[in-house]
Design a protein around this ligand. Structure first.
Ligand code: NDP
Length: 294
């Protein structure tokens, strides 16, 4: 670690599970780390490990050239940052907001930061707390490239891979939303599948190896369909939309026969039926991405 980084130190605002993991990784990397959280006491273990527990947000941000914010959402981040005393203390210091929220909120935060002379980067964390400080962590960032490069040595202390997605401030939030869309709809399918399987006398443990097999089918589909979607070809060769809709109808019937809500699958089937109605029955399932955007 260069002496420049050690001297400048870093501040972490928000000590939920993720904020604590971030602060812990900074400490492990030997950085002078200042922490603050709305509810007092959450800093105890970090302070025992050498962090400085600030008494106020303004004291926390004044301690470092770089402040990392990681709270539940931008309402919380705004409640912490958008106060005169804090804004004054932040002037000329950099904020990296690793809180998850929408692209609109990222743009709004950038406007606020610019109005107050606060260099601002937005970002998101794509992996769980246990990965922080390890090679498995994944961070995405957006905002001024030069600012990102300046603070990259400190961010690198968090381990994992860091990708700068562009100067547009909302880029990281937009990727985050798209990736979480995949994650939560997949998880909704998974828990629904567990309920239907259970009603048929199959335990989650019994299903697990086969469920993992289904998970493994997805990465090559993401890879292959990327080009198809971008060039608008949507080939249904080998698996047309009509066949997909029929398979989905079986899932709806089987789950409703057990009195299990099939709302998620009905929504998916509804999208396929709409695309079929528009004349795309022979296309692949990815055609829906284009239909939804019309
Ligand atoms: P939470 O999302 O539950 O955030 C908890 C933090 O938000 C605490 O510091 C809490 O303070 C603070 N907070 C909530 N409301 C307010 C408020 N009104 N004013 C001030 N502070 C507030 O837990 P995480 O730490 O896990 O997540 C933080 C961020 O990281 C989220 O945006 C999340 O989506 C993202 N993330 C989390 C991952 C994970 O595995 N946990 C993975 C990837 C991203 P207090 O203690 O006072 O309540």
């Amino acid at each position: 670690m260069s002496s420049h980084i050690e001297q400048s130190g870093v501040t972490v605002l928000g000590l939920g599970p993720m904020g604590r993991a971030l602060a812990g990784a900074f400490l492990d990397a030997g950085l002078r780390t200042t922490v603050w959280n709305r509810t007092p006491g959450r800093d105890r273990e970090l302070v025992e490990r050498g962090a400085v527990g600030a008494r106020s947000v303004q004291e926390a941000v004044a301690s470092s050239a770089l402040t990392v914010v990681c709270v539940v959402n931008y309402d919380a981040a705004d409640a912490i940052l958008r106060r005169d005393a804090v804004t004054d203390a932040l002037k000329g210091r950099t904020v990296v907001n690793l809180t998850a929220d929408t692209p609109d909120r990222a743009r709004d935060a950038e406007r606020w930061a610019a109005e107050h002379g606060i260099p601002y980067l937005d970002g998101a964390i794509m992996t769980p707390t246990t990965t922080i400080g390890t090679p498995a962590a994944v961070f995405i960032h957006s905002g001024p490239k030069e600012l990102y490069e300046e603070h990259r040595p400190v961010l690198d202390a968090l381990g994992g891979t860091h990708t700068h997605l562009g100067e547009g401030i909302s880029r990281a939030a937009a990727y985050d939303i798209a990736l979480l869309d995949i994650f939560w709809t997949a998880m909704a399918g998974y828990v629904h599948a567990l309920a239907v399987a259970r009603a048929e006398g199959i335990t989650a443990r019994e299903l697990a190896p086969f469920a993992m097999g289904i998970g493994a089918i997805l990465p090559p589909i993401f890879e292959q369909s990327a080009e198809e979607v971008d060039n608008g070809s949507f080939s249904g060769e080998g698996n047309p939309m009509t066949s997909a809709a029929s398979s989905m109808a079986h899932i709806i019937h089987a789950s409703e026969a057990h009195g299990i809500d099939a709302g998620v699958m009905r929504a998916a089937e509804g999208m396929a039926r709409r695309a079929i109605g528009l004349g795309h029955g022979g296309d692949g399932f990815t055609r829906i991405a284009e239909v939804l955007g019309r």
